[in-house]
Design a protein around this ligand. Structure first.
Ligand code: FPP
Length: 159
């Protein structure tokens, strides 16, 4: 049997949670809960297949504009994911990184996330990147701020 080579990197935009819930007459947060469950399945399957890198676009900077209860529910799902999956991420050689402005997330998410990122760092078997509070415009603003800081600190020439 011919097995096609795996891509080096798979990126998934998490979408359709609301539609999944609406079709079943369930509250939107149930769709997100199911989405978080799917994340667990996708990460496990990716690791088993030997995928080198997986990126999940989980929460865009526009998502902050959603109703407060939905944003809070999503933050709790994220925190639960980080706390409950810690051992699996550590034991399965997964390197955890993030993309996006994670400083915008509440401390109850950032603290366990940062701690897991510190522990699950360095060369490992699979890279898992969570894009959180991500957006093209935000990335550009962040990059320009970093450059401006480096110029001001004399680490980078301004010409
Ligand atoms: C899109 O669905 C999904 C989101 C806005 C959030 C996804 C994030 C989580 C489920 C939190 C847990 C994340 C991880 C990584 C464990 P939508 O509401 O836009 O659905 P629609 O496209 O049907 O409207």
């Amino acid at each position: 049997m011919h097995i096609a080579p795996l891509p080096r990197h798979v990126a998934i935009i998490m979408d359709g949670n609301g539609r999944w819930a609406r079709r079943r007459g369930l509250p939107r947060i149930e769709g997100h809960r199911q989405g978080a469950k799917s994340v667990r399945d996708v990460v496990r399957a990716s690791r088993e297949l030997g995928l080198p890198a997986l990126t999940l676009y989980a929460f865009s900077s526009q998502n902050w504009a959603r109703p407060i209860e939905e944003v809070q529910g999503l933050m709790m799902l994220l925190r639960d994911y980080v706390i409950e999956e810690r051992d699996k991420i550590m034991d399965n050689g997964i390197r955890l990184t993030t993309a996006g402005t994670i400083s915008r997330l509440p401390a109850f998410v950032v603290d366990p996330l940062q701690s897991l990122m510190n522990d699950a760092a360095g060369p490992r078997d699979m890279g898992l990147c969570l894009a959180l509070s991500y957006g093209g415009r935000d990335s550009m603003v962040d990059a320009v701020r970093t450059l401006a800081r480096q110029v001001a600190a004399g680490e980078l020439a301004d010409a």
